[in-house]
Design a binder for this molecule. Structure first.
Ligand code: URA
Length: 431
């Protein structure tokens, strides 16, 4: 790698609203990964990018440099096409769990590298780790073999994949620079492109429980990511979906696994089923299998068969009882009427405070903790009926969780019924 650049010059270019050259980008990403650019210098550059933005070609080059910082997986020798999904994160978002085996049951392999939760949004690996025996870490060879035999893998990304992003994301987390669209888009897409999937569907969440609170920014993020994917030869589509209201009826770990299994058994909450099927259809179309109807594979039990095989292949027992929290607390409806709103952020914070999520990366999570809600916007409720069940192993957590829920829902007089419950889950599509 050339050394015609230095960190101060690169920071100065972006600070003064300039455009970074290809060689500046290649140099700074490589030097930062090697430790030759210091954290404080990369922090200054990240803040300059947050404040002054990046042009499309700068984002593409930044993404390519992050991919080049590590290994690139290749599934092209598998006997079936591959497709993956990435969600920008939400409350009660357990969709990956039913989706991966469902798409595999339709003949498309799903190499899903997932993460752990941080803050109020849950992590797919944390949820799956509540299944007795299940392990998140697989070698590349194990992943390949499981994709060939079972068709679906959900596992942790290895250290070799986009190491520049690992370092940079941790830095952004503590320097208030997570929210920059060029940095979010390049972070997500560097990992997904390096993972080697043939098709990719992005679920970009919008609303109180999402990263992107407003639709215009969510759309900009979606468009940026779709362009990056296409430039890299990955068939990429994004759906903008509602995250003002949490998904399904549960937010936590084991309780979300149980809800996902209900979906695989042909039941489950309508919104979880609707989003799972919408994403499955996009993944199948992207992988050239748009002729298969995923609803049939939920109905005939074949998605459930793949789920069980996928859990067993990673050491888990799909039939074992899931962990249950030691303590529970029920919140009842203060008045009768119609549940007019349920705020995703309030529910996510409550689940997090009950121990379902972590404050720092190293923290453990409680498998049984979380929130179950017994009504959804539009449902009629009677005074005194259970509205929420809070679950935790540590009852001293109830007070702070209850404080998060305060003001997070609204019961309207019955007469207002016609005005509520009309949620649009699928907001937009970008391709
Ligand atoms: N998820 C990522 O992987 N990276 C970001 O920057 C934000 C969300």
């Amino acid at each position: 790698m050339t050394s015609q650049h230095d960190a101060v010059e690169v920071i100065t270019t972006k600070r003064d609203r300039g455009t970074l050259s290809d060689s500046q980008i290649d140099w700074v990403i490589d030097a930062y990964t090697r430790g030759a650019v210091a954290d404080e210098q990369m922090s200054a550059l990240a803040m300059a990018i947050l404040l002054n933005g990046m042009e499309r070609h700068e984002i593409a080059r930044w993404t390519a440099a992050m991919i080049a910082s590590g290994e690139r997986m290749d599934f092209s020798s598998l006997s079936r096409p591959t497709a993956d999904k990435h969600s920008t994160g939400g409350v009660g978002d357990k969709i990956t769990l039913p989706l991966a085996p469902l798409v595999a049951a339709c003949g498309v392999a799903v190499p899903q590298l997932s993460g752990r939760g941080l803050g109020h949004t849950g992590g797919t690996l944390d949820k799956l780790e509540s299944i007795p025996g299940w392990r998140a870490t697989l070698s590349n060879d194990e992943m390949f073999a499981q994709l060939e035999e079972v068709g679906a893998v959900i596992c942790a990304a290895g250290d070799g994949l986009a190491p520049a992003d690992k370092k940079l994301y941790a830095l952004r987390d503590v320097t208030a620079t997570v929210e920059a669209i060029p940095l979010i888009a390049s972070s997500i897409m560097s990992k997904k492109i390096a993972e080697g999937t043939g098709a990719l569907v992005l679920d970009v969440k919008v609303g109180s429980g999402a990263f992107m609170k407003d639709q215009a920014r969510a759309r900009e993020l979606a468009e940026t990511m779709v362009a990056l994917g296409k430039d890299a030869g990955v068939h990429t589509v994004a759906l903008l979906t509602d995250m003002g209201t949490p998904l399904g009826l549960t937010a936590g770990n084991a309780i979300e696994v149980a809800e996902s299994v209900e979906v695989l058994a042909g039941g489950g909450p309508g919104d979880v089923v609707e989003l799972t099927l919408a994403l499955a259809r996009e993944m199948l179309a992207g992988a050239g299998r748009g002729d298969v109807d995923p609803a049939d594979k939920l109905a005939d039990g074949s998605a459930m068969d793949v789920w069980k095989a996928m859990i067993r292949a990673q050491g888990g027992d799909p039939d074992a009882a899931l962990p249950v929290a030691r303590e529970s607390h029920v919140v009842t409806a203060p008045t009768s009427g119609v549940l007019a709103s349920l705020d995703a952020m309030a529910v996510g914070m409550a689940a997090w405070r009950l121990g379902a999520g972590r404050a720092r990366k190293e923290d453990p999570v409680q498998a049984g903790a979380g929130v179950v809600w017994h009504a959804r916007p539009g449902d009629e409720v009677r005074a005194g009926q259970p509205l929420f069940t809070l679950l935790t192993d540590e009852p001293e957590r109830f007070d702070r969780a209850l404080a998060s829920l305060e003001g997070g829902y609204e019961i309207a007089a019955d007469a207002a019924r016609g005005d509520v419950g009309g949620r649009t889950l699928l907001i937009d599509r970008v391709d």
